[in-house]
Design a protein around this ligand. Structure first.
Ligand code: 3UK
Length: 522
């Protein structure tokens, strides 16, 4: 006998995002439609809602209470929305974190969030395991998605009740956090509210992308990124569409395979991936693809890359800029109105403005610091009052990006205002790479800046002063690259090493990275 789980709702005045993304699909007759296609198979909205309910009940059974945090270090599979939305249903706050991090990053996030539970994919547990004990007793439970480890997620779900009474949360209650990387290395917890997820659909996913119930989405950007969370959870679940989820790393081969195996209609990637797919041989001919929308975000899309993708696939590549703080894209190109080399125009519902160094508005056509305003902005950085006050100015949020606007209203990206780099769509702090280089016993000083590769995409380049003075060999350069790769997430290593006799510095001894950037041939 099949006992379908009952869709729940809350009395007027209350709001819980998980009801909007799960139960509403049941109430509106989409319970038997496929919500998720992952490496293990397909899950309908009815089955996913039941799993989320079971997880919500399991949290209560474990004594995890409303407003407490759980750290979610999950690879993409049906377990991600199960845990993320199950927690939100219970009013527990999921903190989704990058699964390609080093042990000390998880250590920081466990400490900073004060998580009561950790939900982790088995392959990630190995990295986190040495950090766990020092967070007890605050960290009370370790739940593992996989075959072994702490408490098994699947067992926990099996023994928990499938019906759940949602927490009586309101639209302005804290719902989830995402971490954003800072230039000094310490990540900042961006605190988001219950209403923010659906607002990104209402403003961007619906009107700009035009997602509908028959779409199949595939996001190379993982669910733990704000970009991936919108692409592969919020937008499809808002309309009862299907999301293809893949645990393995997004490579040209793994992504190209999903494009033919599951024939997604919408594909979301970062410029580095689009460039690699065009350069390689994995991407199928356009006749074998079902794509109708392709989106690029995370870093600027070089114009010729967008043009080449459209020529190859027949589908425009829509560049848009978003941030963890704003949750999703707020300046974007549109399917019927786009220009390569531009991020597009402000998404209706958001406002953007350019501010000069002195705080005033810039003259027409001039470059300024981008500020944005809109209903999806996080309310603060957790435990970072000074940084919050610097970034969130009334209803405006500083993005840290330089932009200019053309006479006919197109917004053109002009680089970051700080020293941070965006590499493959992810933040890289030059300080962090320099610190890793300095742990090598032949390195005296190091400075890291962004440098364009053959596709005009930014990758880290290191300038090195050796202890022995003088130049270094190619073998030493390779050894330094390997040294960084063994210490940091792999995308952060310097692709080029230049040995120099000294680094340009200010009177107070600060490295002048802008001088190194300017010294490069463009
Ligand atoms: C840069 C871009 C030029 C820019 C994100 C889509 O990337 C996302 O969030 P993050 O917090 O980084 C934000 C910063 O990344 N950036 C993002 N997109 C573009 N620069 N052109 C672009 N199209 O410096 C921005 O301040 O990691 C992207 C949706 C949600 C997101 N969180």
């Amino acid at each position: 006998m099949c006992m379908a789980v009952q869709p729940k709702s809350l009395p007027p005045g209350y709001y819980n995002a998980a009801l909007d993304l799960l139960d509403r699909n049941l109430a509106e007759g989409r319970g038997e439609r496929v919500a998720v296609i992952d490496d293990r198979g397909r899950t309908t909205y009815a089955a996913l809602t039941e799993r989320a309910n079971r997880f919500a009940n399991a949290l209560a059974d474990l004594g995890v209470e409303r407003e407490q945090r759980i750290l979610v270090a999950l690879q993409d599979s049906v377990d991600f929305p199960t845990v993320f939305l199950g927690a939100i249903k219970a009013g527990v706050v999921p903190v989704a974190v990058n699964t390609a991090q080093m042990a000390r990053d998880y250590d920081f996030m466990l400490e900073d969030s004060g998580a009561r539970a950790l939900v982790v994919s088995q392959p990630i547990l190995e990295t986190i395991a040495p950090e766990i004990e020092r967070h007890r007793p605050q960290l009370a439970h370790v739940i593992v998605s996989g075959e072994s480890g702490g408490i098994r997620l699947e067992e926990l779900l099996a023994k928990s009740d499938p019906e759940h009474e949602p927490a009586r949360t309101v639209a302005d209650d804290i719902a989830f956090w995402l971490y954003s990387s800072g230039s000094t290395g310490a990540p900042k917890g961006a605190v988001h509210l219950q209403c923010h997820l659906m607002e990104t659909y209402r403003l961007y996913g619906g009107p700009i992308l035009g997602i509908g119930p028959d779409d199949v989405v595939f996001s190379a950007a993982k669910l733990f990124f704000a970009y991936g969370l919108g692409n592969a959870m919020t937008f499809p679940f808002a309309v009862g569409a299907a999301a293809v989820l893949m645990a393995e790393r997004s490579t040209p081969a793994s992504c190209a395979k999903r494009l033919v195996d599951h024939r997604p209609t919408m594909f979301f990637g970062v410029p580095t991936l689009y460039a690699a797919m065009l350069a390689g041989t994995d991407l199928a001919e356009k006749e074998r693809l079902a794509l109708r929308r392709c989106v690029s975000a995370g870093e600027a899309l070089p114009a010729e890359l967008g043009e080449r993708w459209q020529k190859r696939t027949g589908v425009p590549l829509l560049d848009g800029i978003g941030s963890t703080e704003m949750l999703h894209i707020f300046i974007s190109n549109r399917p019927d109105d786009f220009r390569y080399g531009s991020s597009g125009k402000p998404v209706p519902g958001y406002e953007a403005r350019l501010v000069s160094e002195t705080g005033g508005e810039v003259a027409a056509g001039e470059i300024g610091d981008l500020q944005v305003s809109g209903p999806t902005c996080c309310i603060m950085y957790w435990r970072r009052r000074e940084k919050s006050r610097d970034t969130f100015i009334g209803r405006w949020t500083k993005t840290g990006d330089k932009y200019r606007v053309t006479e006919d209203g197109w917004w053109i990206y002009c680089g970051r205002s700080d020293d941070m780099l965006k590499v493959s769509g992810q933040y890289v702090s030059p300080f962090e790479v320099e610190a890793a280089l300095l742990t090598h016993n032949e390195v005296l000083e190091a400075a890291v800046v962004g440098h364009e590769d053959a596709d005009r995409l930014i990758k880290p380049k290191a300038y090195i002063v050796l202890k022995g003075g003088g130049g270094g060999s190619t073998a030493l350069a390779d050894a330094l690259k390997a040294h960084v790769r063994s210490r940091l997430a792999p995308f952060k290593y310097p692709r080029w090493i230049e040995f120099v006799p000294s680094l340009p510095k200010t009177a107070t001894g600060k490295i002048q990275r802008f001088k190194l950037r300017a010294s490069q041939p463009s």
